[in-house]
Write a protein that binds this ligand. Structure first.
Ligand code: NAD
Length: 474
């Protein structure tokens, strides 16, 4: 399969190509065409022309609603085909790849249902004035997505952007561009106007950089790493383009003395081993009451060692990392942690087999100053740190530059909710990591970024408010 560009309603394969690998085997499975600046320009001009024609906005908003419900159905119809491709290119288990397509369909239903409810308000200014606000799309919105959840992340910003009436240029990630072509083909099988959604594939240095610098781009949604986020913000600053930044994390859960151990272990399994830990909101740190620490550490290590490792198509508990360089990075992080004095209770090394597999890894004896307690590893590794009182636990949890999500486990409602209130993160999970859904706002504080995706709040990013103030001549 070749990941092509979809521009103004037509597919094109013009550009240099690089290979796409199956990280579960290390074998090539396809190619991706790299969009050069001319190609990027065509995509942005097509989106701008569609926005100028007002094709998404000139009809009654129920048009966008019905279009987006068609899209949700079209996504469900390609789930099996798309999930297999996503599984192969990302390494993730087939069930999770299916889940990502289902999540994508949900975004189109959820935001489609909002497309006819984006109302302004009237503002009383006394009898000599009539004043109201309108909520309008930005125009051309550029969306840049990472490789870890390409379909889910693209769908969440596409759906919110489209509901708001924006025309989008989506840049796929170079490591996982294939399943996104299936998603976009499904969207294009509906009554989608030409130019309303354009897909370009390519790398960051050429394709991504040309997109964010393009003079017709009026809004940017970026999901990815902090250094890339900074580079995009610098480019956006030149033209004062509004941005949404969904960046990395080093999220922590606080485990109080009265927490249910089985509940915590189940949450660790999904929190740090789901997608092989390549999740921005992974449970990277566990701050555990000293009375539970050793028992919980042993239980987590036992669960980690029991995980079945395998190719995504076999639906394993733990799948491959995305690439050779990513495996190298994760292994180096783990070696660095051990060199700093952390203890690998289990794991810490690659798995010797074809593909890019990392052992599930549990660190104890982690000091807050160590890199392993502060840097995003983006692999299946968790660090446990003991605490003796709640204030210390909260200080440890809040002690990094990030603030994407956080969690707390405990039975005492007062203590548990008081901890939740004090955790500095955009979303706090209580007694279940990853509680929430497409309906709940998600996004960071600090170096995890700003703006919100998911939930009704995401629509605020995709709309701008205009005020009309009228002086009445009575
Ligand atoms: P990355 O920053 O390397 O790449 C993300 C995307 O940006 C890719 O499509 C890439 O091609 C593009 N890009 C790279 N340089 C660019 C440039 N100069 N201009 C424009 N585009 C450019 O990130 P990654 O390695 O793909 O993903 C991992 C990172 O993403 C982790 O830090 C993770 O925490 C973060 N992430 C965050 C969220 C979230 O919602 N907060 C979700 C998933 C991943």
């Amino acid at each position: 399969m070749i990941a092509q560009h979809f521009i103004n309603g037509a597919w094109s394969d013009i550009g240099d190509r690089i290979a796409v690998e199956d990280p579960g085997t290390g074998e090539p499975i396809g190619e991706v065409v790299l969009a050069d600046p001319t190609c990027v320009d065509k995509a942005v001009v097509a989106a701008d022309a569609c926005a100028q024609r007002g094709e998404l906005t000139r009809s009654r908003p129920a048009y966008r609603l019905s279009l987006m419900l068609q899209m949700a159905a079209a996504i469900r119809a390609v789930t099996e085909e798309g999930a297999e491709v996503l599984c192969r290119e990302s390494g993730k288990p087939l069930r999770d790849a299916r889940g990502e397509f289902e999540e994508a369909a949900r975004y189109f239903e959820y935001y489609g249902g909002m497309a006819d409810k984006l109302e302004g308000r009237s503002i009383p200014l006394g009898e000599d004035y009539f004043d109201w606000t309108m909520r309008e799309p930005h125009g051309v919105s550029a969306h840049i997505v990472p490789w870890n959840f390409p379909v889910g992340i693209a769908a969440r910003s596409l759906a919110a952007g489209l509901a708001a009436g924006n025309c989008v240029v989506l840049k796929s990630p170079e490591l996982t561009p294939l399943a996104l072509c299936i998603l976009v083909k499904a969207l294009a099988s509906t009554d989608l106007p030409a130019g309303a959604i354009n897909l370009i594939s390519g790398d960051g240095a050429m394709t991504g950089a040309a997109l964010v610098r393009h003079p017709l781009v009026q809004h940017i949604v970026f999901t990815g790493s902090v250094p890339t986020g900074r580079a995009i913000l610098r480019a956006a600053a030149e033209r004062i383009v509004p941005c949404v930044m969904e960046l990395g994390g080093k999220s922590a859960a606080v485990v109080h003395a009265d927490a249910d151990i089985d509940t915590v272990v189940a949450s660790v399994e999904s929190g740090v081993f789901f997608n092989a830990g390549q999740v921005c909101s992974a449970m990277a740190r566990l701050i555990v009451h000293e009375s539970l620490h050793d028992r919980l550490a042993d239980a987590i290590a036992a669960r980690a060692e029991a995980l079945e490792i395998g190719h995504g198509l076999d639906d394993p508990d733990l799948s491959a990392l995305i690439s050779g360089p990513q495996l190298e990075r994760v292994e180096q992080h783990c070696a660095g942690a051990i060199a700093e004095g952390a203890k690998a209770l289990t794991g810490g090394q690659r798995v010797m087999r074809a593909g890019y597999f990392m052992q599930p890894t549990v660190f104890t004896e982690v000091a807050p100053s160590m890199r392993v307690a502060n840097d995003e590893i983006f692999g299946p590794a968790i660090s446990l740190m003991p605490f003796s009182d709640s204030a210390q636990a909260i200080a440890l949890a809040n002690g990094t530059d990030y603030g994407l999500v956080a969690g707390v486990f405990g039975q005492d409602i007062n203590r548990t909710l008081d901890t939740a209130r004090q955790l500095e993160a955009g979303q706090v999970f209580v007694n279940e990591w990853f509680a929430g859904g497409v309906e709940t706002p998600f996004g960071g504080t600090g170096q995890s970024g700003y703006g919100r995706e998911k939930g009704l709040e995401a629509l605020d990013n995709h709309l701008r408010t205009r005020n009309i103030a009228v002086r009445l001549n009575r």
